[in-house]
Design a protein around this ligand. Sequence first.
Ligand SMILES: Cc1cc2nc3c(=O)[nH]c(=O)nc-3n(C[C@H](O)[C@H](O)[C@H](O)COP(=O)(O)OP(=O)(O)OC[C@H]3O[C@@H](n4cnc5c(N)ncnc54)[C@H](O)[C@@H]3O)c2cc1C
Length: 425
Amino acid sequence: MTVDGIEDVESFRRRARNWISTNLEPRSNRPQARLGIVQNEDDDLAAIARERDIQRQLFEAGLAGVCVSPEYGGQGLTRAHQQALNEELCGYEYPSRIQVPTFSPCASVLLEFGTDAQKRAHLPAILRGEELWMQLLSEPSGGSDVAAALTTAVRDGDEWVLNGSKIWTTGAWWSDWGLCLARTNWDVPKHRGLTVFILPLHQPGIEIHRIEMLNGDKEFCQEFLTDVRVPDSDRIGEVDEGWTVGVRWMFHERMLYNSPLVTRPPDSGQGGGVMRPVAQVARDSGLSEDRLVRDLVGEARMLEIVESRLLERISAGIRSGTMSDQSSAIGRLFHGVAAARTRTISCEVAGSAGAAWTNDDGEAAGAGIEFVMRQASCIGGGTTEMARNVISERVLGMPRERTPDRDTPFRDVPRSASAGSRRDN
Ligand SMILES: Cc1cc2nc3c(=O)[nH]c(=O)nc-3n(C[C@H](O)[C@H](O)[C@H](O)COP(=O)(O)OP(=O)(O)OC[C@H]3O[C@@H](n4cnc5c(N)ncnc54)[C@H](O)[C@@H]3O)c2cc1C
């Protein structure tokens, strides 16, 4: 049962299988809001509460934090154990929204750069489903040029005072903690004046506005930070060394679908459960025998297999040192393009049910909404254009993009008046 004191993968798998079949519901039994375009707020909160509860149960059953060290509440096991758990979760509910960004990139960054006290304070709480985390990176002035953050942190004794605004934070309204990149030095070039902090999201000084999109969804939030006080003990990494943390933060964000910290059954599809299964869309549309539709279903399946193998290969290459960390951008690019294409295929296969549907249309219902939103996969987590830049410059060694602000103190870099509220210090 144990090899060198570690539970062997097969007995772990059996333990996971027994526990899952006794304690979790089959995924197909979940209620689905088919006629409505988006869930209402109460449904959303109920879904989050259920996910927190599943996460707590997984923790109590010794199935959470499989690859996290026991001193921080994890199981101290291997990728192979995590993979066995993922496989056994096929067909069952699992805490999908807790995985990203709570486990990766947030918990990954805490594990890599947090102090022992920070890890002891937060990792067990994350593993028990008590703390859901969000990433406060993008700003109204732009998200691609992460190093140009305008949110400012000024030191005041043992505390820092944060002012500014972050935007496009998915689910901030139902989350607990945020990982935040802020500017601590305006007199050095942009990459050298940043620091990373952690902070509770619901506190005086943080106003969270939910942004309503055209489809009625209000998951995205904008946060306004006004004189938010953060103890120095909640700083991650060194002062003004936030770019060192940020580079790894973005690496973990690109690798999230292959992170050993993320629980994700292989049948959850590209995007971790976000995508509808195209073969089922074809069946529910009554078109599964149509030759053209079968070609499209095959293309979607091919994209899924290629993405999965590509991510495994990149991950193995990075672990063995034969590929650089920057190669994670290849997986990020493929995921964005493949997910957008698969949503297009779903919409084509769904036909008219994608645009106007009844509860009887099954998976075909509402595929048109996902088609309209298909570019989200090319934007969230850094755009595919930025991924192409990284691949060409950092993986293929092509000439670097011209960056006239690279050696200029950030205070002197020209920016438009609407680029955000800078508070001079
Ligand atoms: C589903 C989703 C979830 C998200 N969740 C979060 C979150 O939780 N937290 C968070 O902080 N942010 C989040 N974001 C925001 C996301 O990170 C940003 O939208 C993204 O980084 C792009 O920033 P921007 O929208 O400001 O576009 P901009 O940076 O203004 O870019 C505009 C366009 O110009 C292109 N561009 C910019 N610079 C270059 C360049 N140097 N070379 C080539 N092209 C360039 C971009 O690719 C883009 O097409 C999310 C976005 C989405 C869609």
